[in-house]
Design a protein around this ligand. Structure first.
Ligand code: HEC
Length: 117
């Protein structure tokens, strides 16, 4: 049997097409993956940004207090509360002001140093 029947030929042709399509699909997937940063790389660049921004925080506790804590209500004098009260207040207001830990700490330090003891 030298000649393939027409049905066999068309099966072969479509099998070839499927293989070609699969190859193209695989190549395009590879391209997409290569273009996308891997989650690892993304995490690394996020870390870099974090590092940079924490280094850039050169504001004093008093500066940060003035910038963030008068957004919703007038600033309270540090002397209006005791150090312990400020500690508790900062637990609540830190969340409201959306302050990162480093900044919240320096605001608290400033308030406690000038507090009503
Ligand atoms: C998103 C708004 C918002 C921000 C930002 C904010 N606060 Fe407040 N603060 C409030 C609200 C609302 C109250 C009223 C009490 C409550 O509902 O908890 C309050 C109450 C207070 C009080 C006690 C009430 C008074 O009148 O004496 C103090 C003190 C205070 N905040 C300090 C701060 C400090 C310090 C910061 C900065 C870290 C800050 N707040 C940032 C909304 C805010």
């Amino acid at each position: 049997m030298n000649r393939l029947s027409s049905s066999q030929q068309s099966w072969r042709r479509s099998a070839g097409l499927v293989a070609t399509a699969a190859a193209i699909y695989a190549v395009s997937l590879a391209c997409v993956c290569a273009a996308d940063p891997t989650p690892e790389k993304q995490a690394q660049s996020e870390k870099k940004i974090e590092k940079k921004s924490s280094k850039e925080t050169k504001y004093s506790g008093a500066d940060l207090y003035a910038m963030h804590c008068s957004r919703c209500h007038p600033e309270r004098y540090a002397t209006e509360r005791t150090a312990t009260q400020w500690k508790t207040l900062m637990l609540h207001m830190r969340v409201r002001a959306n302050l990162p830990a480093v900044q919240a700490k320096s605001v608290l330090k400033y308030l406690q140093e000038d507090s009503g003891k």
